[in-house]
Design a protein around this ligand. Structure first.
Ligand code: FAD
Length: 538
């Protein structure tokens, strides 16, 4: 059965927000806000979620796309973080099998380059022990010859051996969308392009927020008994004088480069040439996703772009590890950067190590609950933690219901896609992204089974699904987060943007002026993300 989740759903949800008083208003539609809303709604709380841009348009759509325990955190003995991450990874593999898929990793060890043999061996052992569910195959130690057999294009020079282990990966924006949709299915009123411009108070206590929503007129009040601030790196903007915690952003950049040039078979964890930090090369269809950097950021969080130094750092590292790759900036299909909302605690030093990668929930004197930090992987546990506190504040005794709740499309879907006329390759592609019911309603549309770009698996029916079943409101929503053509096409979707805009216009009723504005906005986005090419450092 198809469930509409469109601009019409959004309008109805915004109308609900004007009229109802909610148990909880969640501000921010990244993975953290989405997970809080899902946990609250599935416990039966009256829940609203507002996101000022598109869902996952902040950090949560710009990650390394790993659902992982974080093997590298064992180096700093962050056992509780790794234990929680491993368990949530295993849980996601079980409840979201179409969205979250296993990924095999090789981690080579070289003489004098960062990692030591004994510490990696110990790390791999502890990593296995921490996985209670044993959802993934066991890892093992590899001799230098085994490493080369697994990843023949890795540099053999100084190779001491390596580890083979398993983690998982997911399309981050689609994971966020699945969590948001599940929250909505459980009764939450959710809306993208709806910004909380200020908090409203009853006496000294926060009692909701004034919300300005795209295309619905004047700002209006959304009333709630409890307000959760899940705005990531924007967290401090909403807090009125709350002290003790704040967010310290660091920037992480990624590039997508042709996989046949890099030659990685599976995932590879390597150490960066410049500072020997652990970074990843992740297979992503025909591309290798390479990331990430980690640098302090004090610029404007709204417009984070990869800079030439990020690009140089990533290229020199991947070229060192895979010497035949010889990548240059011209080989990069796309690049992106996001900000980690790391929590800084008052009274600690200023170094990067004084900020936590674990999530923190804290309460201001006016009752505002803020949550920051954590990982894409641990989203469900973060949601549970926050809503436990919400329930405590509301005097309710309701248990979390998300531990075993299915998420995203069912795994049996590929055969169904074939039965409605998609070829094998397209059916496999669609099965990892959609519920067949979301595409069925598009099948009468012209060319619905045809590819949008001949080099990529995305079909026109998915544009229809983006608009009707995934609340895409803009051309950028469709081409960046619903169908990631922005990342995976050599021209970042520039050559299909006009046709896609025309199709969306027909579905939602844009006029000629709006179509032009959407196309211009998308062209600017591409240009900004390619600006690094003009700098000789890259
Ligand atoms: C480079 C990088 C790589 C990473 N890789 C991984 C990985 O591979 N695996 C993993 O598990 N974790 C990873 N992480 C960590 C993880 O991605 C983040 O911790 C997580 O996405 C943070 O989610 P969030 O919801 O707090 O923030 P965000 O996703 O930024 O969400 C906050 C949202 O709030 C909205 N907002 C702001 N102000 C308002 C307002 N006034 N009203 C309404 N909405 C508002 C913003 O538009 C934004 O969408 C990575 C992080 C980075 C930076």
């Amino acid at each position: 059965m198809s469930r509409e989740f469109s601009w019409r759903t959004r309008e109805a949800n915004l109308a609900r927000m004007r009229g109802e008083t909610f148990d909880v208003l969640v501000i921010g539609g990244g993975i953290v806000g989405a997970a809080v809303a899902r946990d609250a709604a599935t416990r039966g709380l009256a829940t609203a979620l507002v996101e000022r841009g598109d869902f996952a348009s902040g950090t949560s759509g710009k990650t390394s796309r790993l659902i992982h325990g974080g093997l590298r955190y064992l180096r700093d003995f962050r056992i509780p973080l790794v234990r929680q991450s491993v368990r949530e990874r295993d849980r996601l593999l079980r409840v979201a099998p179409a969205l979250v898929v296993p990924l095999r990793f090789v981690i080579p060890v070289y003489a004098g380059k960062g990692l030591r043999t004994w510490s990696l061996r110990l790390g791999l052992f502890v990593y296995e022990v921490l996985s209670r569910e044993r959802t993934l195959p066991r890892g093992r130690w590899l001799s230098p010859r085994d490493v080369v057999a697994e990843e023949p294009r890795l540099s053999p020079e100084g190779l001491r051996g390596g580890g083979l282990y398993f983690d998982a990966c997911a399309d981050d924006a689609r994971l966020v969308l699945a969590v948001v949709r599940d929250a909505a299915e459980a009764g939450a009123a959710v809306a993208n392009y709806a910004e909380a411009v200020e908090l409203i108070r009853a006496g000294e206590r926060v009692a909701g927020a004034r919300v300005r929503a795209l295309a619905v007129g004047d700002p209006f009040e959304v009333r709630a008994r409890c307000v959760v601030n899940a705005t990531g790196v924007w967290l401090d903007r909403l807090r009125g004088g709350g002290e003790g915690h704040s967010v310290r952003p660091t920037r992480g950049a990624h590039i997508l480069v042709p996989r046949d040039r890099v030659g990685n078979v599976d995932g590879v964890a390597l150490t960066a040439k410049r500072d020997r930090r652990v970074m990843f090369v992740v297979p992503w269809g025909g591309w290798s996703l390479v990331g990430t950097t980690d640098t302090d950021y004090d610029g404007e969080p709204d417009r984070v772009r990869p800079d030439p130094d990020d690009i140089a750092y990533l290229l020199e590292s991947v070229n060192e590890a895979f010497p035949d790759a010889r990548l240059t900036p011209d080989d990069i299909a796309s690049a992106y950067a996001g900000l980690r909302p790391l929590v800084r605690r008052e009274g600690r030093g200023d170094g990067a190590s004084d900020v936590s990668r674990e999530h923190e929930v804290f309460e201001d004197p006016d009752g505002l609950l803020s949550v920051a930090g954590g990982k894409l992987t641990t989203q469900r546990a973060i949601g549970e933690d926050v809503v436990d506190l919400v329930c405590e504040r509301l005097g309710l005794d309701l248990a979390s219901a998300t531990r075993d709740r299915p998420l995203g499309p069912a795994m049996t879907a590929a055969a169904e896609f074939r039965s409605i006329g998609f070829d094998d390759a397209t059916a496999d592609h669609l099965a990892s992204r959609h519920d067949p019911s979301d595409l069925r309603m598009a099948l009468e549309e012209p060319e619905s089974r045809a590819r949008i770009d001949p080099d990529l698996p995305y079909v026109w029916a998915e544009v229809h699904a983006a608009v009707h079943a995934e609340m895409a409101l803009t051309l950028e929503d469709v081409l960046v987060r619903r169908l990631p053509i922005f990342y995976e096409s050599r021209d970042q979707g520039g050559s299909v943007a006009v046709a896609v805009a025309a199709r969306v216009a027909r579905l939602v009723g844009w006029d000629a002026e709006q179509i032009q504005a959407e196309i211009r906005g998308y062209a600017t986005l591409i240009e900004e993300h390619r600006a690094f090419r003009r700098d000789p450092r890259a």
